[in-house]
Design a protein around this ligand. Structure first.
Ligand code: NAD
Length: 465
């Protein structure tokens, strides 16, 4: 008798945001597969954690591999994410940079505790165990590497789950890295929910590192509570840019515009609200609106494109609804204000003025190419409003007197504050949101430490001491 035919493995479609049409598909893995995946990761852990020098070599090789496959990775990333090809190349380069940075970081040295007691106590740092890395769709490769590079450097195996909107470049990345890492040290799983929820709750996972929205972050924290795995949550933001009355609008307009509109506004640390002194307000609106009207919007693979589409249909619907509500509340669109009449998920770059402070585009994270510019009369009011949401990821202050700008920046309740810049990050800095924007610390040596656990050996100086 012929063997029974196996059902074809389930797959789900992946769309090109520039057309709105599916162009490929990815495996729709069933959550029940996670037991086997996490089990294999556990077995791979024993060899991987034993040899720090081999980890350094593997991570460096991984960085080289990403660089030599940059064209393939960048094209596929643009195809599924929508961003302009130059931005995909920049993201691929940042992916390699993260691998190289963590390749060369080492765990803290063994330290002796000297507290006067007649004992010999030593603190060592050990790998914490299998890590679940759950990633959103706005920077699929860079954010994946920001999670798996420190976890692997610390000696932990990783199960990586990309967003179902952007699984393909991550799958390609992991298949390219298969030659750099031992089997099952880095595994990618793709599929629709509840795959992520089940991964976060899996009893074999010791650390869940998640980047995404605040509501999903809360769900992940709840799921991880089942196994008491530690969580690192990098969540949403609603960053304010506060312009001071000595800001030179001509000089800052380009940088401010791109701080809000890069990646079509789909950046956790984008400028999402601008507070301008009443005296400069019209000039700021005009400078930003001019740029919004002039920027070339189109498919990411077109070399002329500076702004691509939104990544997915629900995100376009959300941006459309938040903008429509602001306009209904009495705001005026100095540029844009509507979706573009073409295939794909394009929204016109939008600058809003006259927005009531309680409007959703001010209080929520719009995560799209829409920027409200709000006037203020008294600086304290602007700082109060900047701090007035549940978010606390980043913020910036723009002015010519740097000491005064810094004094204002230090009043922002957020993880990183910039002066005359926004979202410029160093690999060596801690990355941690305040308030609802995050739990735990990623980035720099802290990103590595978050994947280690202390182990203390306590021995007397005499056999029976
Ligand atoms: P999301 O929260 O919807 O999804 C993020 C990831 O979680 C995806 O892989 C998704 O499939 C998965 N997921 C969905 N439900 C889950 C569940 N119940 N349990 C476990 N995993 C689940 O976010 P998104 O829409 O993909 O990304 C946009 C959000 O990410 C924005 O809020 C943005 O600010 C945030 N973000 C934050 C940072 C940061 O570093 N702070 C960086 C980038 C993006």
């Amino acid at each position: 008798m012929p063997p029974p035919e196996r059902a074809p493995a389930a797959r789900f479609p992946v769309a090109d945001p520039a057309t709105g049409e599916a162009f490929d598909e990815a495996p729709d893995q069933h959550p029940d597969e996670l037991d086997a995946v996490v089990g294999r990761a556990h077995r791979a852990w024993h060899g991987w954690r034993a040899d720090p020098a081999a980890r350094t070599t593997a991570l460096r090789l991984a960085a080289d591999t990403v660089e030599s496959a940059a064209d393939r990775l960048a094209r596929l990333l643009t195809r599924e994410q929508g961003k302009p090809l130059a931005e995909s190349h920049a993201e691929t380069a940042r992916t390699a940079a993260r691998l190289r940075y963590f390749a060369d970081l080492t765990a803290p040295e063994t330290r002796r505790i000297t507290d006067g007691r007649p004992v010999h106590s030593e603190i060592r740092w050990r790998s914490a165990g299998p890590v679940a890395a759950i990633v959103p769709w706005n920077f699929p490769l860079q954010l994946a590497a920001a999670k798996f590079a420190p976890a692997l450097a610390a000696g932990n195996p990783v199960v990586l789950k990309p967003s179902p909107y952007t699984p393909l470049a991550t799958r390609l990345l992991c298949s390219l890295l298969a030659d750099a890492f031992p089997e099952d040290v880095l595994t990618v799983v793709t599929g629709r929910e509840p795959l992520g929820a089940r991964l976060a709750a899996h009893p074999g996972i010791r650390h869940v590192t998640f980047t995404g929205s605040v509501p999903t972050g809360r769900a992940v924290a709840g799921a991880a509570a089942a196994s008491l795995a530690r969580v690192t949550l990098e969540l949403g933001g609603n960053d304010a840019a506060v312009l001071l009355d000595d800001a030179d609008v001509d000089r800052i307009a380009d940088r401010l515009f791109w701080a809000a509109f890069r990646n079509c506004g789909q950046v956790c640390m984008a400028v999402k609200r601008v507070y301008a002194p009443a005296r400069l307000h019209a000039e700021v609106v005009e400078a930003l609106a001019q740029r919004a009207k002039a920027v070339t919007v189109g498919p990411g693979l077109d070399p002329a494109t500076r702004l691509g589409p939104l990544n997915n249909a629900p995100q376009l619907a959300r941006v459309e609804s938040i903008t429509a509500q602001a306009l209904a509340d009495g705001a005026r669109a100095a540029a844009g204000g509507h979706r573009l009449d073409r295939p794909g998920w394009f929204f016109a770059p939008t600058v809003l003025t006259g927005v009531p402070p309680g409007s959703r585009v001010v209080t929520e994270e719009q995560f799209g190419p829409v920027l409200p510019v709000l006037p203020y009369r008294v600086l304290d009011e602007a700082v109060h409003a900047a701090n007035g949401t549940g978010f606390g990821l980043g913020g910036s202050v723009w002015g010519t007197d740097l000491d005064r700008a810094q004094a204002v920046a230090e009043r922002l309740e957020c993880g990183t504050a910039w002066i005359n810049h926004h979202a410029e990050l160093s690999l060596a800095q801690p990355f941690a949101g305040a308030k609802d924007s995050g739990v735990g610390v990623a980035g720099g040596p802290w990103g590595l430490y978050g994947n280690l656990r202390p182990f203390v050996v306590h021995r007397p100086q005499e056999p029976c001491g």
